[in-house]
Write a protein that binds this ligand. Sequence first.
Ligand code: FMN
Length: 438
Amino acid sequence: MFHLGWFLGQGFGIQPWRGTFDGNAAHDWMKPERYVDLTSSLERGGYDFVFIEDTAMVEDTYGGSAAFTLAHGEMAPKNDPLPLVPLMTQRSKHIGVINTMSTIQYPPYLAARLMTTLDHLTDGRAGVNVVTSVTHRVAQNFGYDEHLPHDERYAMAEEWMDVVSGLWESWEPGAVVADTQTPMYADASKVHPIDHKGKYFSSRGPLNTIPGPQRRPVVAQAGNSIPGRELAAAHADTMLAMGRDVAQMKAFREDMHERLIAHGRKPTDCKVLFLVTPVLGETDAHAAERERERVRRTHDQESIEMVLWGMSYISGGTVDFSKFDLDALMPDIVGNGEQSSMQQYVKGNEDKTLREVVTGVRQIGDLGLIGSPDTVASKMGDIMDEVGGDGFLFYDPLNLNRRTIAEYTDGLSPALRKRGLIRDGFDDVTFRENLLAF
Ligand SMILES: Cc1cc2nc3c(=O)[nH]c(=O)nc-3n(C[C@H](O)[C@H](O)[C@H](O)COP(=O)(O)O)c2cc1C
């Protein structure tokens, strides 16, 4: 068996809002209902979690202004995901919700306290995706002139994780006595300051709330660069990985296993889920038609601009891709943002034109998962057999609406269950226990 997760890549932001089946998204994206529906549908489909992206800025790298961003609702507007979490879980019982927190936005004490609060409010279903933020624009909203260099951000994130972890452990097991007679609500000898004074953070502790059902909420990590992998190996229970092809996926997972062992952890302690955008259809022919339509659209001016906009963002806001000649060679750019994402476009494409890359290379591909639910389920099984586990994280940003979700949860999930590939229910345990169950 393997795990499934859903990546809500637009965060608590405006979801697709112009399509035939997008409902009233332009006006109700900021209300909880569509996320409540999403969460309960995914639970029905046997997903372990929904993963909410977050970025706090209005992007203006592409074309040197926010015009494209705001016209299309790309990454802005966006609400803070944390208050959404306990609303989202109202109509489900087991599925976990991972919200993103940036180490430059939330001081460790605030983060530890908020996550513990969410763990209580969701009965042990809370998770945090620890990110370092990608662009100067985010950093500038939080007191920096510009963002720290890539590797230093990860050094800061390491310290952030240490402080947050220390605060989560600042109440020993058994510290809460809740004896009404003595009275002793909590035993002071089991509640400790952490007295952290480091390079980036200081926090005295202890946390001023009691441990949640998981004590330590689930920790996720998304960066695939070497420092990103190290952060995950040290702290994460699950990791988002870019799945390019089976060989790369297998190598990536093996690399993570070695790093986990080097950090004194078991390879099974961190589930590596591969991001993928499948193409589902009623039949294989229908899916192939949808795929042809997708490819055809990549040549539309709007699609081209959308990809250039995205590349400008993942460069960390350092490169405006509107400035390049589309028919000149792909520029060799690393950037100061999502370096592993940028590599998806650059590496191996040095002899292609920018237009060929923009229309032909996908940051997140389909891994050949194109077909009817039965066909895709069977291919997923084959891929996982070769890779060795742990599962997939679906991401369907252009089609996210209730109809699409039903295709996954009521079409694909039953086909996967029929083959015994995914869970057919949940034990009555916490999110982490479900995640680590297989
Ligand atoms: C799939 C994926 C999801 C991410 N989600 C977020 C996010 O929600 N918020 C954010 O600020 N950064 C996000 N990031 C950025 C990473 O956390 C990380 O800071 C960035 O990718 C740089 O890391 P890398 O060079 O290791 O790839 C995401 C990256 C990837 C690849």
